[in-house]
Design a protein. Structure first.
Length: 644
């Protein structure tokens, strides 16, 4: 008898984990609680927001300021009303008032856009108050959704703009009035309504809506069932399912903890039942979930932000990002295989594995939205138009099965899930826009890039290490989008100034912004997985970090050897790809400590060194690395046991 995997039995655990995720916490208040009138208004709001995004994705977005201010103001208003449902009377009234006030900037810009363009540079008192309302609303919304860290950074930036004239050079500036600061942040596309919010209001929102539709109709479960049918009969099959499903879901939803909650609640128990230690099962899920955001084609919305910052076409960005992502997941797959041998993991009973042919016949059509999306992207359509057609395709295909029928309740759940998913991204983008706007207004961004170059002493390696440390530290308190936005302005210019290719610099800061999800002490993805597996959180995070160690090394590799970003001659690219995959497999052997049996510590250290050499660009390093790797594994071993 075959069975398909369903997350229904673990929905409560999934929702609990999502509620603990700083990037997903905003959505817990959008449910059916509180006064009826507020619930109705919130419900109408989430549906109107989804319809607005669908409409502008099809016909094309409005002018930049109009599209972005409706996006930000609408989400803030929905959030304030949703949070107001579960509070006391006075706080409720305050949040309702703030929800009403934050709609005024959107109404003003939409109704007076032509006047704003014609009177550019002349700031009225009305515009001042509306700009101040929007800035305050964004700060409050960011506090509710993400927490204090990004808000504090934004407040420091505002204080710097107002009082930076009291600071000594080179950090000080000549000073800016409140009118100049507010108008720059409100009435230009370099502040709150800047490039990050532009990406959120067009590309990101439509793909979050697409992912929400796949999840609420159950079509996303088909991906997991197919992965389970292909790998279930292998030793460690559920772990392979965890890696595949996390790569697919993470690329869409953009949150490592949400990824763990969505897939880990049933892959982790399956891994444990087949022989994995609870700690190892949780580590595999955490490592895989934290990598979903680097996997094309969607990359958890980062690809769209990179388009805005680099000017590189979307298709080129996902092409550059493909091989590094495959290297990372290749390392995780290798860790799965080696841990299966190390722990004596058995295969799942054949009768418990879904039949592939049966799934292909009955559910194969549900996979079509992804190739349809890729077709339109590769055919030159804008990402938001391609996302619109993918949503239409998913809706049409969901009609073919009763279990995925798009009922009114499911469609409403889709809208609500989309708002839940976009809130942390949009608030991070808007709040980071405050920081970015201050940096462009005062010129501090260029000064900081120069300071980084000076601090590195002209050494690219030192600059990369400083960047990596900064990215990890920021990643501990900020969502991935927030980290990337700040570093794209503060650090990426310094790296490009030192000769790093533009795409390599942006992928470098993005990769290291993700590392904190599995890096102690703030390893949220690992802790969420440990809660499911009932393992020790700290030990789980250490093991997850070792499994995801490729994410730490690969960025250095593509900076020094951009061939794995598909930059170079075909021969150079082919050699770099082959040697890199050999290197990540050797790295997994070293971190797992298993090859034909347990490996002593000194052998693991030598193999690790050889793996790094193997991944470094150049044929000569490969020739040196091969004996360094093979000697501890074969030549110096007294026993010659066969691989498990």
């Amino acid at each position: 008898m075959t069975q398909s995997i369903s997350p229904a039995s673990t929905r409560a655990e999934s929702e609990r984990l999502l509620a603990e995720d700083p990037e997903a916490a905003a959505g817990r208040d959008l449910g059916g609680h509180g006064p009826l009138a507020l619930r109705l208004v919130v419900g109408i709001g989430v549906v109107a927001f989804a319809l607005f995004q669908l409409y502008t994705a099809y016909v094309g977005p409005y002018t930049a300021l109009q599209q972005r201010v409706v996006h930000v103001s609408g989400l803030c208003a929905i959030l304030f009303l949703a949070v107001a449902k579960g509070t006391g009377l006075w706080r409720r009234m305050g949040l309702i008032a703030l929800a009403v006030l934050v709609s005024l900037p959107a109404l003003y810009i939409c109704l007076n856009y032509q006047e704003i363009i014609e009177t550019a540079g002349i700031v009225t008192e009305r515009q001042m108050w509306l700009g101040a309302i929007l800035i305050v609303a964004v700060l409050v919304a960011t506090r509710l959704v993400i927490g204090w860290p990004l808000v504090i950074i934004a407040l420091v930036a505002l204080a710097y703009a107002a009082f930076g004239n009291y600071l000594p050079p080179p950090i000080g500036h000549s000073g800016y009035s409140v009118e100049r600061i507010v108008s720059h942040l409100f009435l230009t596309t370099e502040g709150v309504l800047g490039t990050p919010v532009g990406a959120s209001a067009t590309y990101i929102a439509i793909f979050v809506l697409f992912g929400a539709l796949l999840q609420t109709t159950g079509m996303g479960d088909v991906f997991i069932n197919f992965g389970y049918s292909l790998t279930g009969r292998k030793a460690g099959g559920p772990a392979y399912v965890a890696v595949i499903s996390s790569a697919l879901f993470g690329s869409i939803n953009g949150s490592a903890v949400a990824n763990v909650a969505s897939t880990g609640t049933f892959t982790i128990p399956l891994m444990i039942r087949t022989g994995y230690k609870p700690q190892t099962a949780a580590a595999i899920e955490a490592a895989a979930s934290s990598g979903g955001q680097i996997m094309p084609p969607i990359m958890g919305a980062a690809a769209f932000l990179m388009v805005s910052f680099t000017g590189i076409p979307y298709v080129e960005i996902i092409g550059h990002a493909l091989v590094p992502a495959l290297l990372y997941f290749g390392a995780v797959f290798a860790a799965v295989q080696l841990h299966a041998a190390k722990n004596g993991v058995r295969a799942v009973a054949a009768e418990d594995v879904p039949n592939f042919r049966h799934l292909l016949v009955t559910s194969g059509y549900m996979l079509l939205p992804i190739p349809i999306l890729l077709y339109f992207l590769l055919d030159g359509y804008t990402p938001y138009r391609a996302g619109f057609y993918a949503i239409v395709a998913a809706l049409v295909l969901s009609l073919f099965a009763r279990r995925s029928w798009p009922t009114p309740q499911r469609l409403f759940d889709t809208c609500r899930a989309a708002v839940n998913g976009i809130l942390p991204v949009a608030t991070a983008c808007a709040c980071a826009g405050i920081v970015i706007g201050i940096l462009t207004l005062t010129g501090l961004g260029l000064k900081l890039s120069g300071l980084i170059v000076d601090a590195s002493g002209g050494s690219l390696f030192v600059a990369l290490c400083l960047t990596a440390i900064t990215s990890i530290v920021l990643g501990m308190g900020l969502p991935t989008v927030g980290v990337y936005l700040l570093l794209a302005v503060l650090v990426a210019p310094a790296l490009t100034e030192m000769g790093v290719p533009l795409i390599a610099a942006h992928l470098f800061i993005f990769y290291y912004g993700l590392v904190s999800a599995i890096t102690p002490p703030v390893a949220l993805a690992a802790y969420a997985a440990a809660a499911i597996a009932k393992s020790k959180p700290l030990e789980t995070s250490v093991e997850a970090f070792l499994m995801g160690l490729a994410k730490v090394i690969v960025p250095f590799i593509f900076v020094y050897g951009p061939q794995i970003l598909l930059i170079g001659t075909p021969f150079e690219i082919a050699i770099a790809i082959v040697s890199s995959f050999v290197g990540v497999y050797a790295l997994s052997i070293a971190t797992t400590g298993w090859w034909q049996g347990p490996l002593p510590a000194w052998r693991r250290v030598v193999v690790c060194a050889g793996s790094v050499l193997m991944m470094m660009p150049g044929i000569w390093t490969d020739l040196v690395a091969i004996p360094v790797i093979l000697a501890p594994l074969y030549l110096l071993r007294p026993d010659r046991r066969q691989p498990a």
